[in-house]
Design a protein around this ligand. Structure first.
Ligand SMILES: *Cc1c(COP(=O)(O)O)cnc(C)c1O
Length: 232
C-alpha cells in the first residue's frame, strides 16, 4: 500500500514540476510517522522513504530503538523532528534527530547547541515560522525572525539549513499559497541580507492536503503523513 501511495504522490509531484519547470529530484519527501508503528515505518523505508518525521521525542526515541535493533539504524534512516520541541527534551532530540524543523526560540536553540556540544555534534536545524500569524501556532513571526536567526546562526554547534512552516487548515488547498510564498520570500531575504554564514536552502512546507501548492511555491521538503500511510 505504501509503495502504491508513494508512486501516486510522485506522479502528482512530477505533474506539478513539469508545469512549472522544476526538477522533482530536488524535492525530498519526509514520511511523517507520528502514531504509526515501527512496522509501518519499515514498510515506508522499504518503499524508498528514508526520511522519517516524528512530532514527539519520546515516541521517536522508542521507534528509533526498535528500528535500530532490527537493522534500520541511523545510517539508513534520517530522523526529522517536526513537532514543537520543549527545552527539556532537547538533549534526547539531539541524540536521535538529523534535522530539527521546529526551532522557534533563541532559548531552545541555545539548549540544542549546548547539548550538541556535549556529544560533539553539529545539529542541523530549520527555523519554524508562523506565516499565518494564528495565535495557537508555534513559530517565529516572519518580521521578528531575522534578528533571532542571526543569533542562532552564531551558535557553534548548530547549523541553520532553512525554514519550516505549517499552513493553516483551509477549505481549498490554493488558499495556502500566500503562506508558502511568504516563507520563500523570507528565505530569499535572509540570503540577500546574509543573515547566516552560508545561504540557507531548505523550505520545509507542504502536507497531505496542500503539497502541490507548496511545490508550486518552491517547497523542497514535503512532510507527508496520511498520503503515505493511509489507504486511498
Ligand atoms: C502531522 C504533521 C504533518 C503531516 O500531516 P499530513 O496531513 O498527515 O500529511 C506534517 N507536518 C507536521 C508539523 C505535522 O504535525
Amino acid at each position: 500500500m505504501i509503495r502504491d501511495n508513494l508512486s501516486r504522490i510522485k506522479e502528482r509531484i512530477q505533474a506539478v514540476c513539469s508545469k512549472i519547470n522544476r526538477q522533482p529530484d530536488q524535492i525530498t519527501i519526509i514520511a511523517v510517522s507520528k502514531s504509526r508503528t515501527a512496522d509501518e515505518i519499515k514498510e515506508a523505508v522499504e518503499a524508498g522513504l528514508t526520511g522519517i518525521g516524528e512530532n514527539k521525542v519520546q515516541e521517536a526515541s522508542l521507534k528509533y530503538k526498535l528500528l535500530s535493533a532490527s537493522g534500520l539504524g541511523p545510517s539508513t534512516i534520517k530522523w526529522h523532528m517536526i513537532g514543537h520541541l520543549q527545552t527539556n527534551k532537547a538533549k534526547e532530540a539531539v541524540r536521535i534527530f538529523d534535522l530539527i524543523h521546529s526551532v522557534d526560540s533563541l532559548r531552545l536553540a541555545r539548549e540544542i547547541d549546548k547539548q550538541a556540544a556535549k556529544i560533539n555534534k553539529i545539529q542541523e536545524v530549520l527555523i519554524e515560522i508562523n506565516t499565518s500569524g494564528e495565535e495557537a501556532k508555534y513559530g517565529l513571526s516572519p518580521r521578528g525572525s531575522i534578528e533571532i536567526i542571526k543569533e542562532v546562526a552564531r551558535l557553534e554547534n548548530i547549523r541553520v539549513k532553512g525554514l519550516m512552516t505549517v499552513a493553516p487548515v483551509v477549505e481549498a488547498p490554493d488558499k495556502t499559497r500566500p503562506y508558502f510564498r511568504s516563507l520563500k520570500e523570507l528565505l530569499e531575504e535572509i540570503n540577500a541580507l546574509r543573515v547566516t554564514p552560508e545561504a540557507i536552502r531548505i523550505l520545509s512546507m507542504g502536507m497531505t492536503d496542500d503539497f502541490e501548492t507548496a511545490v508550486e511555491e518552491g517547497a523542497n521538503m514535503l512532510r507527508l503523513g496520511r498520503a503515505i500511510f493511509e489507504k486511498k
